[in-house]
Design a binder for this molecule. Structure first.
Ligand code: ZN
Ligand code: ZN
Length: 337
């Protein structure tokens, strides 16, 4: 279970925060101005996916560094060609002579993506963020993270520079039937997280699951039930949600094809709608989409829902025009010829 939302209003810096409920974990797409985010939310972030390093997508790096410094946190960052150098440039703007004494070792694991390969460097606070370079490049086929409960893919698009769009995919959703738990006399508790992880892992049905509860009156109670029995009785499995994040792209045939493929049947498509279509020429000059183009792409991708952002400041106070135009295209009421 997770929630996904924009980190700023549609006129602010782009970015989407995905927060997993019941887990101390979150993801971020783009790292623009994040001052409005609660630091507690920032401290949950485990992965950050950067589309490109124009300022409005990367200026939040320093703030994040400051919030996380001195904490036992590891963050994986992904970004476009040249990303390592840019991270190192930011880090080298500060003096790091006292950090070896820190008890916790904040670390960044940074993957620089190229159309055909990915390169990884590690930066640890206690060694003054000196880069540890992984020599072997890995082939890049779109896959970035393939975890137990979600995966993320990246796709290169054209913004006059390489710009990455991303697709987040939740693994099957495992819902617990509360009534069934009650009927079996089983408590709600941390053991349910282990149960879900084991199901997602595909563990065998005879795996023993330890169910325990700490009760003020009764002390610690424990029961062991095989995984298969619990799967049958207390669990309902539904397909996971898919979210796509697309920003800063020109409307071209190649970009459109890639966006439609990446966002195919997404439950939620976050897509930029920077200009009104009457300003299509300006949009093309600046390598951005118009609201109409965004709506059409969402329609072609058969996205269930579309969220618009990255509105140009020239429409301040008239954001509804961008939304209306995109929605009409999304619903098939207007078409681009
Ligand atoms: Zn931008
Ligand atoms: Zn840009």
């Amino acid at each position: 279970m997770f929630s996904a939302c924009l980190i700023n209003d549609p006129f602010g810096d782009p970015g989407v925060y995905i927060e997993f409920k019941y887990r101390r974990s979150a993801l971020l797409f783009d790292l623009g101005d994040i001052h409005r985010m609660n630091p507690r939310k920032l401290l949950k972030i485990s992965h950050i996916f950067i589309s490109h390093t124009h300022m409005d997508h990367f200026i939040g790096f320093d703030h994040l560094l400051r919030v996380c410094l001195g904490r036992d946190i590891h963050i994986s960052l992904f970004g476009p060609p040249g990303f390592h150098q840019q991270v190192e440039n930011k880090i080298s703007a500060y003096t790091w002579n006292l950090v070896e004494n820190y008890t916790n070792d904040f670390a960044l694991h940074v993957t620089e993506l190229h159309p055909d390969r990915k390169l990884v460097r590690h930066y640890h606070c206690r060694t003054a963020f000196r880069p540890e370079i992984e020599k072997e490049a890995e082939e890049f086929d779109g896959a970035l993270v393939a975890g137990n409960y979600f995966s993320v893919k990246g796709e290169f698009l054209d913004h006059k520079i390489p710009c990455l769009a991303y697709r987040f995919e939740e693994k099957s959703r495992i819902n617990i039937k509360k009534n069934a738990l009650e009927e079996m006399g089983l408590p709600v508790g941390a053991w349910l997280i282990e149960l879900k992880d084991r199901i997602l892992n595909g563990d065998p049905d005879d795996t023993p699951i330890r169910i325990w509860r700490k009760d003020m009156a009764l002390g610690v109670g424990e029961r062991i039930i095989p995984l298969g029995e619990l799967k049958e009785a207390v669990v309902k499995i539904t397909p996971g949600q898919k979210i796509a994040y697309v920003t800063d792209v020109i409307y071209s045939e190649e970009n459109s094809r890639k966006i439609v493929e990446l966002a195919d049947a997404s439950d939620l498509l976050f897509i930029e709608a920077t200009f009104l279509h009457e300003d299509a020429e300006k949009a093309a000059q600046k390598y951005h989409l118009t609201a109409l183009q965004a709506g059409m792409l969402a329609r072609r991708a058969k996205a269930k829902r579309m969220v618009l952002f990255h509105f140009s400041p020239k429409y301040k106070g008239a954001g509804n025009l961008l939304v209306d135009e995109a929605m009409r295209a999304f619903n098939g009421q207007i078409l681009l010829i």
